[in-house]
Design a protein around this ligand. Structure first.
Ligand code: SAH
Ligand code: SF4
Ligand code: F3S
Length: 514
C-alpha cells in the first residue's frame, strides 16, 4: 500500500467518536490534511502482518526545504520520545535545517509530547500558552505538536478550540511523514492534522541525529499490547511490533564502530520482544545473548514487564560482562488485589518470586521500580502492602506517582473513594521510604571502587566530571577532561541520597586495591 492509499484508508476508518460529541465537526473547515486521531481505533489489535520498510528517502522536491531555517524540538516524556526526537532531528537535518536551542531563533518549533499523566499534558498546554506571544511576534514561525498527546482526540479538539495558532499536529506513527507535513504546513492556511491511530509498520532506515556520542538508544520494539487499565500508552503507541534481529544487531554494531560506549535497548515492554515475529521463536534473552557478543562496553534495556521476564533472560543476564547489573522492573503496587484491577497479570507473590530468582542468579543486582499510589479505591491496607513490598525487595530507587485518570482507559471510568489528600500523604510516605533506602544503598558504596562511564562536566560545577556506574548511579569526581567518554575507576568518598562523590583512581592504585 502506498502512502496515499494508506492515508485514504486511515481517513475512512477515522470515524471519530469524539467528533460526535463535540459541538463542531471540524472536518468541514479543512481543505488540506485532516486525519484526526481516534482512541477507539487505536484500541483495536488486528492480525495484519507487520510491514518492514527500508526505503525511506527524503523526496527530492523537499530537499533544501530547510535552507536558512532553524528547528527546535522540546521533548517531554520517556526515552521513547527522546529517541523519536533524535529521528525527527535527523529528518530536519536531511532537509537542510540547522538546530537551535533558542526559541527566538527558531523557524520551526515542535513539542514532542507525553500523555502519561495529567501534569505531563498540563506542561504542554502551559508551553503553548507561552508560545502564543512568540507566534504573534513571528507569524512565519511554524509551530507543531507531535508525540503521544497528538494521538488523543480530546487534545486535538482542545488545540483546535483554544490554540488555533498551532500550525501542525501529527502522531507517533506519522514521524516519517515529517517532510510532507512540513511542506503542507508551509502551503496551507489551515492547521495540518495527520494522526494515524493504527499502524502496523516498522520503518527502518530513518535518519537520526543522536544526542551525545557516548550513550545511544536503540528501539527493539514499538507499541504495547498489555493494556494495564490505567495506561494510555497502548492507545498512543499502537500494537507491539518487534524489529528484526538483523536490523537491531546492525545498528548496535554500527554504534560500537562509531565509539559509543553504551546502548539502551528500548521498548514499552521489552520482555515481549519477538512474540509478534511470525515463524521465529526468539525472545529478549536470545537477543541480549547475541548483542552481548558485540564489542560495546555497556548494554542496558528498558522497560521490563515482570510478566514476560523469563528464566532464559535471567540466565543470560547472569553472565554479566557487558550486560549491566541493573534491572528496572516496574511493580506498580504491592497488593495482589490492586494488581488485579490494574490488569498487571501477576500477584505480589509472583513478583517476589521473580525478584528472588533474579537475586539468586545475580546476587549484586540493582533493582529499581515504578509505583502508582492512590489507585481508585486503594485501601490503607493495600497501600501498606506496597510499603512492605518495597522494603522486602530492597529497591535501589523508584519513580513514584499519584494515579492520574486517562480518558479512554478502563480505570478512568472507575469510581474512586480515595480523597486527594490521602493520595498525597501516601505518596509522601512512600517517597520518604524511597529516599531512606536510596541513601542506604549509596552509603554501602562508600570506600568502594566503581567503574564510571564519564558523560561530561557536572551540571552544577564545570570543574567536576559526572558519569554513571554499571548500576546507573550518578558519580561526581574531579578528573581531566580527556576522560570524558571513557570508563574510569572512581573511589567513592562521600555518599548522598541521589548521587556519589569520589576520586579518580589511577591504574596503579586500582591494581593495589584489587
Ligand atoms: N511500559 C512501562 C511503563 C511506561 S509508563 C511499564 O509497563 O513498565 C511509566 C510509568 O508511568 C508506569 O510504570 C506507571 O508507574 C506510570 N503511569 C502510567 N500510567 C499512569 C497513570 N495513569 N497515572 C499515574 N502513573 C501512571
Ligand atoms: Fe502501560 Fe502497562 Fe504497557 Fe507499561 S505495560 S506501557 S504500564 S499498558
Ligand atoms: Fe509518555 Fe508516550 Fe512515553 S505517553 S511515557 S511519551 S510512550
Amino acid at each position: 500500500m502506498n502512502e496515499k492509499q494508506r492515508l485514504e484508508s486511515q481517513n475512512v476508518q477515522t470515524e471519530n467518536p469524539a467528533d460526535k460529541k463535540s459541538e463542531k465537526d471540524y472536518s468541514k473547515y479543512f481543505q488540506g490534511v485532516y486525519v484526526p486521531p481516534s482512541l477507539q481505533d487505536a484500541k483495536k489489535r488486528g492480525k495484519e502482518e507487520v510491514q518492514y520498510h527500508k526505503d525511506f528517502a527524503i523526496p527530492d522536491e523537499f530537499r533544501g526545504m530547510g535552507e536558512g531555517r532553524k528547528f527546535l524540538i522540546r521533548t517531554y516524556g520517556c526515552q521513547m520520545n527522546e529517541h523519536d526526537t533524535e529521528v525527527m532531528a535527523g529528518i530536519f537535518m536531511a532537509l537542510g535545517y540547522t538546530h537551535t536551542e533558542n526559541v527566538e531563533d527558531a523557524n520551526v518549533i515542535l513539542l514532542n509530547t507525553c500523555a502519561i499523566r495529567e501534569n505531563a499534558e498540563n506542561k504542554v498546554f502551559g508551553e503553548l500558552g507561552h508560545l502564543k506571544a512568540l507566534k504573534r511576534e513571528k507569524p512565519d514561525l511554524l509551530l507543531g505538536v507531535c508525540g503521544c498527546m497528538s494521538q488523543e482526540e480530546s487534545v486535538v479538539n482542545r488545540i483546535l478550540q483554544k490554540h488555533p495558532f498551532v500550525d501542525m499536529i501529527f502522531g507517533t506513527h506519522n514521524i516519517h511523514r515529517l517532510p510532507n507535513l512540513l511542506n503542507e504546513a508551509y502551503l496551507s492556511k489551515e492547521m495540518v492534522i495527520e494522526v494515524w491511530s493504527k499502524e502496523g509498520d516498522v520503518i527502518e532506515n530513518l535518519p537520526k541525529v543522536r544526542k551525545g556520542n557516548t550513550k545511544a538508544w536503540v528501539n527493539i520494539m514499538y507499541g504495547c499490547d498489555k493494556f494495564c487499565t490505567y495506561c494510555i500508552v497502548p492507545y498512543t503507541r499502537g500494537k507491539e511490533r518487534s524489529r528484526r534481529l538483523e536490523d537491531i544487531i546492525q545498528e548496535v554494531r554500527h554504534l560500537a564502530a562509531q565509539g559509543y560506549k553504551e546502548v539502551t535497548l528500548l521498548g514499552q515492554n521489552v520482555n515481549a520482544y519477538g512474540k509478534d515475529l511470525e515463524n521465529i521463536k526468539y525472545g529478549l534473552g536470545d537477543l541480549m545473548e547475541e548483542i552481548s557478543k558485540i564489542d560495546i562496553p555497556r548494554i542496558r534495556f528498558t522497560t521490563s514487564h515482570p510478566r514476560d521476564f523469563d528464566d532464559h533472560l535471567i540466565e543470560i543476564l547472569a553472565k554479566g560482562g557487558n550486560l549491566m547489573d541493573h534491572i528496572h522492573l516496574p511493580v506498580q503496587s504491592g497488593s495482589t488485589d490492586v494488581l488485579k484491577i490494574m490488569a498487571r497479570k501477576y500477584s505480589r507473590e509472583q513478583y517476589l518470586e521473580l525478584v528472588s530468582k533474579i537475586k539468586t542468579a545475580i546476587p549484586n543486582v540493582s533493582l529499581t521500580t515504578d509505583i502508582i499510589v492512590g489507585y481508585p479505591n486503594e485501601t490503607d491496607e493495600q497501600f501498606e502492602e506496597t510499603m512492605s513490598l518495597y522494603r522486602e525487595v530492597g529497591f535501589d530507587t523508584a519513580y513514584t506517582y499519584i494515579y492520574s485518570p486517562r480518558e479512554g482507559t478502563p480505570a478512568a471510568k472507575m469510581e474512586d473513594n480515595v480523597p486527594m489528600e490521602v493520595k498525597k500523604e501516601r505518596l509522601q510516605r512512600l517517597n520518604s521510604l524511597v529516599n531512606e533506602m536510596s541513601a542506604q544503598k549509596m552509603l554501602a558504596l562508600q570506600g568502594q571502587i566503581v567503574e564510571v562511564l564519564v558523560e561530561g562536566e557536572s551540571k552544577k560545577n564545570p570543574d567536576v566530571l559526572a558519569g554513571y556506574t554499571t548500576k546507573n548511579k550518578l558519580v561526581n569526581f574531579r578528573g581531566p577532561k580527556s576522560v570524558i567518554g571513557q570508563i574510569v575507576k572512581v573511589k567513592i568518598t562521600d555518599a548522598k541520597t541521589w548521587s556519589l562523590n569520589g576520586e579518580m583512581v589511577t591504574e596503579a592504585e586500582s591494581v593495589e586495591v584489587i
